[in-house]
Design a binder for this molecule. Structure first.
Ligand SMILES: [Zn+2]
Length: 448
């Protein structure tokens, strides 16, 4: 499994480790990287010299995790909305918080969020949209991770903050302008993604135009879909059918639209998602906290591409795909009362290659294969929670914790090396994030 057999040498050689490519069987061996690309994956290293060698004896090398739903601008709002219902959460807590954020807050929020993602082995996030995209983009570019960036977009409906009210044409034009600025920025790590908040707040004209633009740009559009039963009731009242059926009728349901949450869908709608190739972002923790539990194992069985997501700090509190893997697995087993539902291998795929496919980036990242970008994680299993595991691959889902994440590469660059962040002073970032979080709470009148 070598891309070039020239023997000319490689930039980085990692091994000997248990290599888990995800798309093929695990084996003991090596991963080699040149120019940010995986050039060799195999039981023996290539013959040429390596500029750098990473001694990974006793370690596990896996593709970096993909977080398909990550509100990076909500990182300063952690704990702002515990134990409240969805509409209180949104109207009384999140919207005031978002209106109070300035551009520098958004930058530090995104940076602090990215630091948490890196510590949890994740190098690609899909952000469903904030207000200060320039700030978010700068924070993410500083951190060095990949991201689909979006601008929170609403052109219709009741209850929106005055600052968020804009026409369909303005909502689209502002996104076009951001796309021209950020799509492909930071050496291609940043991509723009058109977004739709929820059916409550978007017109049909905006839905259709958004998906068209995403197709043209070659990224997915992101939309919160079928979050609560009331949303389907609203869809029936205003559009004559449920959210998923209505999106299909508009021609919006397909590989270019990431359906986030998809909690309240019936058998026919699961069939539609599968048939149209419309991917789903599953957010096990925030769903359980606020929305309900979707039939994810049934969706996977039906052939829907499902990725995992953390959602935002106020709706989950734990921003870790590692935690989401464990929760997704155990909740589906309980929901079906079937311990064979959603086995570890399927969940690991959701957290890696299927997440990448859900974001339209399965050709680029999500597995360890020659030709893909070198986004990978070195796992140190020598901790009390992991060391005795019978099956280390299964344990990646059932036992893994953030403390097992030893090193993280994105695009061939170490963002975490032997548990130290390489690009930023972590203590400084977290101190500024905490101070800004307190100031935002004060400005938004969210002091409890
Ligand atoms: Zn969301």
């Amino acid at each position: 499994m070598t891309r070039s057999a020239t023997g000319a040498g490689v930039d980085l050689r990692i091994g000997p480790a248990l290599v888990v490519p995800v798309t093929s069987a695990p084996f003991l061996g090596w991963v080699e990287v040149t120019g940010g690309e995986i050039v060799h994956v195999g039981p023996e290293p290539t013959a040429g010299p390596a500029t750098q060698t990473y001694d990974a004896a006793g370690r596990i090398v896996i593709p970096a995790f993909v977080n398909t739903h990550c509100h990076t601008s909500q990182q300063l709002g952690r704990g702002l909305a515990d134990d409240v219902d969805l509409l209180t959460w949104l109207h009384k807590r999140i919207w005031p918080y978002e209106v109070a954020l300035d551009e520098r807050d958004s930058e530090i929020s995104a940076l602090a969020c990215a630091v948490e993602q890196i510590r949890n082995g994740c190098t690609l996030v899909a952000d469903p949209g904030g207000r200060h995209v320039d700030g978010m983009a700068r924070g993410l570019a500083t951190a060095g991770i990949r991201a689909l960036l979006g601008r929170s977009t609403m052109d219709d409906g009741e209850g929106r903050p005055p600052a968020d009210r804009e026409s369909t044409a303005v909502a689209l034009a502002r996104q076009d302008e951001l796309a021209s600025r950020w799509h492909g920025a930071a050496d291609g790590r940043l991509r723009f993604s058109y977004t739709l908040r929820t059916l409550f707040n978007v017109s049909d004209e905006l839905i259709t135009a958004t998906v068209e633009r995403a197709r043209t740009l070659g990224t997915v559009a992101q939309m919160h879909v079928a979050e609560i039963p009331e949303e389907n009731a609203y869809a029936r009242a205003t559009r004559g059918t449920s959210t998923v059926r209505h999106l299909d009728r508009l021609g919006a349901l397909g590989p270019d639209l990431l359906a986030v949450h998809a909690v309240w869908v019936d058998d026919e709608e699961i069939g539609l998602l599968a048939e149209r190739g419309c991917p789903v972002s599953h957010n096990a923790a925030s769903n359980l906290k606020i929305l309900g539990t979707p039939r994810i194992a049934d969706m996977v069985d039906a052939g829907v591409v499902v990725g995992l997501g953390t959602d935002g700090a106020p709706s989950n509190n734990r921003m870790s795909v590692i935690d989401e893997m464990w929760l997704a697995s155990i909740v589906q087993k309980g929901l079906r009362r079937d311990p064979t539902a959603l086995p570890a291998a399927a969940v690991l795929r959701m957290a890696t290659i299927d997440g990448a496919r859900a974001l339209g980036l399965g050709h680029l990242v999500g597995s360890l294969e020659p030709g893909k970008r070198a986004d990978l994680v070195v796992i140190d299993p020598r901790t009390p929670n992991f060391a005795t595991a019978a099956d280390p691959v299964s344990a990646l889902v059932t036992a893994l914790k953030s403390e097992n994440v030893e090193s993280v590469l994105c695009d061939g660059e170490f963002l975490l090396r032997h548990r130290v962040l390489t690009r930023v002073d972590e203590a400084e970032v977290l101190a500024e994030a905490a101070a800004r979080a307190a100031a935002v709470r004060e400005r938004a009148g969210l002091v409890f």
